[in-house]
Ligand binder design. Structure first.
Ligand SMILES: Cc1cc2nc3c(=O)[nH]c(=O)nc-3n(C[C@H](O)[C@H](O)[C@H](O)COP(=O)(O)OP(=O)(O)OC[C@H]3O[C@@H](n4cnc5c(N)ncnc54)[C@H](O)[C@@H]3O)c2cc1C
Length: 675
């Protein structure tokens, strides 16, 4: 029945496939549909058996999910791969025909107030205050609550994500001369040509003469009908020479951990089924999950509580990511992995694991028996990628805690190793790319002029240290604060100016003032500097009040900006007061500031990390050489002179980066204006 109504519906179901059917059954069972006006938008008449659903469950659970009358076959014995037949008691492996689900729903709905819209919903809803207006092909309908099961669309893949397909093609056959053993079902029989894929057979015997024989492939490309037919013919020929094909089943299920792209229309627009990520990415099973979800949703409607969907524990997402990556990159290893999985544990244990109901201990034991090197390699890649995606502030936070642990264990040498490596690599390198940001450098002449200017600026600042050390010190703090604030604010998308300068000042004050004794000790090594005398004369009470003021004002500043990254940065700066001054500064400078700066340069210059590093090499090694030379020339006053040299090479870099940030912000403005 089609309709051109503009009526209001209590519930609209977009799609009448497995998930919405299970939900309708659960809602009907719990009497949630009584006196409600229901609309179903579905292009198909749902009159063919378009899929068979299998899942494992206990009889008790099946009864509680009210699915028992739908089951057409069940087995308590399973033969997986090349292993002996095993009992999975108290579980059963159940089979439900899709058509039986759709028919039952239609029967149940006959006594309800339902209108079917035989079409695809293609548009977007208009969200009104308490309802949704849904534009259909020749009408607009209003819905108070919507269950949307349209097939999902996916966002583009991140490096550690995969999008594979579980494709299958099967025949329900009737044999003339062969008797199937109906006591057990055959799963994952890898005894078929792999052809560089991961593919296997299922045999579901429905009676002694009928069975569904299906070939399944996990991979980037789905299996073709021709390839499947050849494999099926060869496979069936092993046990029967003559048979008839009663039905064909084919399908493709996404095995994906990409983010599903959906819009949030509020709590009354509920996504269901595959669109709600109900398909377990590493197996393609969803039916059991959807049945539980449907029952929970229906129960929450009776109790009028907001429905909170159960999320998978994160570790299972991690395991799934590893397996999918291995199957994506080296599909031929699939056979070995699944054979090992079922070789060393019982099928019931594997089923528990796949249903995400196992314990961490059991999971460790399972992984220890899998081809561990494959998983370790995938795990290292996954973890490295995730670390590289974390914000530098989080990395710096983690490194600070790590350094504290090292220092407690008297292993600070390791921390210093990391810091020296960081300073000589990204620390110096991020400041050695200034020549690339100057768009006017086109040849060796301009480069030579640029280097000369760089050196002159540095030398002039050195002269200021010589003539007016206190003024040079204040200028160094001021331009460093400007630069640190500018880089962090750029990364966090905050407006530049006085606030970014204040942020830079907070960073420096927290590092320097909260290590006051060490700061004074460094400043004492600078010839002619007097400013530290002021701090030396402070009483311990005055120091405490100043420290508390810095913390309090900084927290106010952070609260005003409501920035998680700022809070994270400030937290690790506070924690790092338990480390030496140089370590505290080094962590911020290397793990946060230099990373931010490097990222901005990389994005603008559109070069790889390696190519940037190569281009920074002449200048960073020049800088490193200067620091080393200085050590040999005057190692007694090294700390003070290191400080001065650092400031002299910092000034031209800060000026150059200031110019760079101004240029990219005006470029962004122009691009935004064009849009
Ligand atoms: C062939 C096959 C076999 C499977 N076997 C198993 C199994 O054995 N065990 C298991 O656990 N899982 C299995 N799955 C995985 C999963 O259980 C199913 O994919 C399940 O059907 C997902 O439910 P769903 O409601 O999200 O999608 P569907 O059941 O596909 O329902 C979506 C419905 O939305 C309709 N629709 C599509 N677009 C629109 C639109 N724009 N507007 C309105 N309606 C629309 C479709 O016609 C369809 O009826 C199988 C999947 C397939 C494809």
């Amino acid at each position: 029945m089609t309709n051109t109504s503009s009526e209001t519906f209590d519930y609209i179901f977009i799609g009448m496939g497995a998930s919405n059917c299970l939900l309708l059954l659960a809602m009907d069972e719990k009497d949630v549909l009584r006196d409600k006006k229901i609309g179903i938008i579905e292009p198909s008449n749902k009159e063919v058996n378009d899929r068979n659903f299998c899942f494992w469950s206990s009889e008790k659970e099946l009864l509680s999910l009210k699915l028992d009358d739908l089951v057409s076959s069940k087995w308590q014995q399973i033969k997986v791969s090349d292993r002996e037949v095993q009992s999975i008691a108290p579980l059963y492996y159940y089979h439900i025909r899709g058509i039986d689900v759709y028919t039952k729903v239609k029967e149940k709905l006959k006594v309800r107030n339902v209108i079917y819209f035989r079409e695809e919903f293609k548009g977007e809803p208009i969200v009104a205050s308490e309802s949704f207006i849904i534009p259909l092909s020749d009408s607009k309908i209003t819905a108070n609550k919507v269950f949307d099961s349209r097939p999902p669309a996916y966002e583009s893949a991140k490096k550690n994500q995969s999008h594979l397909l579980q494709s299958f093609f099967g025949w329900e056959i009737k044999t003339d001369d062969y008797e199937f053993d109906t006591s057990n079902v055959g799963m994952m029989d890898f005894d078929i040509p792999q052809s560089n894929y991961c593919q296997f057979m299922y045999v579901l015997p429905f009676s002694t003469s009928t069975a569904l024989v299906e070939v399944t492939r996990f991979g980037k490309e789905s299996i073709t009908k021709e390839a499947s037919k050849k494999l099926l013919e060869d496979y069936v020929a092993q046990f029967s020479s003559s048979y008839q094909i009663l039905e064909e089943e084919k399908g493709v299920i996404p095995m994906s951990n990409l983010k599903i792209s959906t819009l949030d229309y509020g709590k009354n627009w509920v996504y269901t089924g595959a669109r709600a990520n109900m398909i377990k990415s590493s197996t393609g099973y969803a039916f059991h999950n959807m049945a539980i979800d449907a029952n929970r949703q229906a129960a929450s409607m009776i109790s009028q509580q907001t429905f909170e969907r159960k999320k998978s524990p994160k570790r299972f997402n991690f395991y799934d990511r590893l397996l999918l990556k291995i199957l994506e990159e080296t599909p031929h290893h699939g056979k070995k992995i699944f054979q090992y999985l079922f070789k060393y544990q019982s099928i019931s244990e594997v089923f528990l694991f796949l249903r995400e109901e196992s314990t961490v201990r059991k999971e460790l034991s399972i992984f220890s028996k899998l081809p561990i090197l494959l998983f370790l390699r995938a795990a290292i890649k996954d973890i490295t990628f995730r670390i590289s995606m974390s914000s530098p502030s989080s990395l710096a936070f983690v490194f600070t805690i790590f350094s504290l642990v090292l220092s407690i264990c008297n292993l600070s040498l390791i921390m210093w190793g990391f810091l020296v490596f960081g300073f000589l690599s990204i620390g110096l390198s991020h400041g050695a790319l200034d020549h690339l940001t100057e768009k006017t450098i086109k040849g060796p002449k301009q480069l030579a002029r640029y280097i000369l200017k760089f050196l002159v600026k540095g030398a002039l600042f050195g002269l200021l240290w010589f003539l007016q050390p206190d003024a040079a010190f204040i200028a160094f703090i001021a331009f460093s604060a400007w630069h640190f604030g500018q880089t962090d604010f750029k990364e966090w998308n905050f407006k530049q100016g006085v606030p970014s300068f204040l942020w830079g000042l907070i960073v420096l004050m927290t590092i320097l003032f909260l290590h006051l004794t060490e700061t004074i000790a460094v400043l004492q090594q600078i010839d002619g500097l007097q400013i530290h005398q002021v701090f030396k004369e402070l009483s311990s009470d005055q120091i405490l009040v100043s420290e508390l003021s810095i913390v309090f004002l900084s927290l106010l500043f952070i609260a005003y900006h409501r920035s998680k990254n700022m809070l994270l940065t400030f937290s690790y700066l506070l924690i790092s007061t338990a480390l030496p001054l140089i370590a505290s500064f080094g962590i911020y400078f290397i793990a946060q500031h230099s990373f931010h700066g490097w990222k901005h340069l990389k994005n603008d210059l559109k070069k790889s990390n390696y190519s940037l590093w190569l281009q920074s090499l002449p200048f960073s090694s020049g800088g490193a050489l200067l620091f080393i030379l200085l050590f040999f020339v005057d190692y007694k006053n090294y700390i003070g002179e290191f400080f001065i040299l650092l400031s002299c090479i910092s000034l031209p870099h800060v000026l150059s980066m200031n110019h760079f940030y101004a240029r990219i912000s005006s470029k962004n403005k122009k691009e935004n204006n064009k849009i």
